[in-house]
Design a protein around this ligand. Structure first.
Ligand SMILES: *Cc1c(COP(=O)(O)O)cnc(C)c1O
Length: 409
């Protein structure tokens, strides 16, 4: 008899975006003529830029000729891409990485979920709240999160991020083994200053804590003072693993490519206290369970670092950030309280009065035919907030803004 991993059964079977889709479908059935605009799900809408498309076409042609065909690539990724990352994302900010510290992935979601295989099942984990659900759910699956009570997992330390603390989480008041940080943040759209991030690195060094740092939205940072990588902070090489993705940077959500940094200075302890470097462990894990990201995707990613590619990618990010500015200006002029949206493609809105997240979601859907994401779906501290994304096209976003203005007035 094969025994099932019962930890899976602890996962709540309602997935946020499935619940939203159900409610939107119910609305559509009763209002078949209504044109619903979604500012909900966190997916991009603009096509891949021409430099990326050209690179993909060239790579496809290479795959079609016997002289240039490529089979399995290196599990860690091709050097042409790792070198481009090193030269463009890190060296200009004074960060020196070894090429072996960069692991090309098939998107950051897999690696933010898989990375916890490197640590024992009984480590304590800590998250900021609200949060990207993958961090907790991947720990639930291996039995590290405990049991769920009132929307909280018993073995997870939650650090609330709310208007009351300006979305700056307090350091935990106890020792924890692992902390997940995500900046710019999904869902709140807020960022962390160098000074604040330094506190986390210092905490981690002092308490022997491992930081998993998700930088999926770093390309949206407009303010040059905001760190784009945790390695801008001295000492982070000894305590942090960082995740990057080309999904939001360059519209790769359907292409699949990103990268993970595992510094060689980073170690974790055995029960006997011996320090084990994590870089070779991750390399071993990848070689055993991963056969690399497709050559075509990696050539596509390389193209965003060419001068033309950089300009084209920036233009798309500017396009989305214009949506964010328009939404912020409108919502604020309506007297609504909003956060984020300045260095990230998300706006985190406080629901008016004591309206709950789901209640506001339904009122907005029925009143303005616009879909947002209920904040409580990202964790208990998200109650009383909703998330709007800037990933729509201009026309639809403008139309949604007009409808919300009319509805609120
Ligand atoms: C979108 C997103 C990612 C990236 O996911 P991919 O698998 O690279 O598409 C990672 N982290 C967060 C917080 C995200 O919102």
């Amino acid at each position: 008899m094969a025994l099932v991993n019962e930890h899976f059964l602890k996962l709540p079977n309602n997935y946020l975006f499935a619940d939203i889709a159900k409610k939107v479908n119910a609305f559509r059935t009763t209002h078949p003529k209504a044109d619903v605009i979604s500012l909900g799900i966190g997916d991009v809408t603009q096509p891949l830029c021409p430099s990326v498309i050209d690179a993909m076409h060239r790579a496809v042609d290479e795959m079609g000729a016997v002289e240039t065909f490529r089979g399995y690539g290196p599990e860690q990724g091709y050097d042409f891409l790792r070198e481009a990352i090193l030269k463009n994302d890190f060296l200009p900010r004074g960060i020196h990485l070894d090429i072996d510290e960069i692991f090309i992935n098939d998107g950051a979601k897999s690696d933010t979920g898989n990375i916890q295989e490197l640590i024992r099942w009984d480590n304590s984990i800590c998250v900021t709240d609200p949060i990207y659900p993958v961090y907790i759910d991947s720990n639930v699956m291996i039995g590290r999160a405990g049991v769920q009570e009132d929307g909280r997992w018993s073995n997870v330390v939650y650090l609330p991020c709310t208007a009351e603390n300006g979305f700056v989480p307090q350091l935990p008041d106890c020792r924890v083994d692992v902390i997940y940080l995500c900046y710019p943040n999904n869902p709140t759209g807020t960022v962390i200053s160098k000074q604040e991030l330094r506190k986390w690195v210092n905490y981690a060094l002092k308490n022997d804590t491992l930081i998993f740092y998700d930088a999926a939205y770093q390309a949206y940072i407009q303010d040059p003072e905001i760190p784009r990588s945790i390695y801008e902070i001295r000492g982070a090489r000894k305590c942090a693993i960082e995740f990057h993705s080309f999904s939001k940077t360059a519209g790769f959500t359907g292409v699949r490519c990103g990268y993970t940094i595992v510094p060689k200075d980073l170690t974790a302890a055995t029960l006997q206290g011996e320090r084990i470097p994590l870089n070779p462990l991750w390399n071993r894990r990848q070689c055993t369970k991963f056969n690399g990201t497709s050559y075509i995707s990696q050539r596509a990613a390389e193209a965003i670092y060419s001068p033309k590619g950089k300009a084209q990618v920036k233009a798309v990010i500017d396009y989305y950030m214009q949506n964010a500015r328009n939404m912020l200006a409108s919502f604020r002029s309506l007297g609504l309280t909003c956060y984020g949206g300045e260095n990230a493609p998300y706006i985190w809105m406080r629901t008016p009065g004591s309206t709950s997240s789901w209640q506001f979601f339904e009122e907005l859907l029925y009143g303005a035919h616009v879909v947002c994401t209920p904040g409580v779906g990202f964790g208990p501290s998200g109650e009383g907030y909703v998330r709007f994304t800037a990933f729509g096209n201009h026309e639809k976003t403008e139309e949604a803004i007009r409808r919300i203005e009319k509805w609120i007035r």
